[in-house]
Design a protein around this ligand. Structure first.
Ligand SMILES: Cc1cc2nc3c(=O)[nH]c(=O)nc-3n(C[C@H](O)[C@H](O)[C@H](O)COP(=O)(O)O)c2cc1C
Length: 166
């Protein structure tokens, strides 16, 4: 089974969790990189980033190094922006129609994830959802505990990826 972890991260939290999941599942990381991203410093990021979500403006993404459609299992992660997935994920969903895959979704938030995971699953209709989980500021609020939580979750996913073979 080929496994990929597709994610976007502005400030490193989602990237941190994605790396642990990819290591545990021995999968490839595929980072979504907007050609021009918002400035991660200061309060304005909430105004600018939130504005993109509300106005449904999707960034142009840099070409992906690997194609998610080539994988059997795709784990997808996002930071929560304005109670939903970040616009980079929206751009990914527009360009990459995944079907027939085993998919797991995760998000990193400040504590208010809203309908983020539900919205992701709606975009991923036609696939089998094998897991979902959320993290709260994993780099700031218990890095070790959150790393262990991500590893344990990924271990559970193994059983759903190849039952009896985990
Ligand atoms: C534009 C913007 C909007 C955000 N909106 C929310 C939100 O609605 N709810 C929430 O709990 N956290 C929100 N956050 C906080 C992030 O989800 C949180 O810091 C997350 O861990 C960041 O992940 P990253 O480091 O991978 O970018 C927002 C952050 C930004 C930059």
């Amino acid at each position: 089974m080929k496994i990929a972890v597709v994610y976007y991260s502005l400030e490193g939290n989602t990237k941190f969790i994605a790396g642990i999941i990819a290591d545990t599942l021995r999968g490839d990381c595929i980072e979504l990189k907007p050609v021009r991203d918002i400035n991660p410093r200061g309060f304005m990021k909430f105004v600018t980033g939130g504005g993109l979500v509300f106005r449904k403006i999707l960034p142009e993404l840099a070409a992906l190094e690997k194609q998610p459609s080539d994988y059997d299992v795709v784990v997808i992660g996002t930071p929560v922006w304005a109670f939903s997935y970040a616009p980079a994920l929206g751009a990914f969903f527009e360009k990459n129609k995944l079907t027939g895959k085993k998919i797991a979704v995760f998000c990193c938030s400040g504590g208010g994830k809203g309908r983020t995971l539900e919205c992701m699953k709606e975009k991923l209709a036609g696939n089998t959802i094998i897991g979902e989980i959320d993290f709260i500021e994993p780099l700031k609020k218990g890095k070790e505990e959150n790393a262990a939580k991500a590893k344990t979750w990924a271990e559970h996913l193994k059983e759903r990826i190849e039952p009896g073979n985990a």
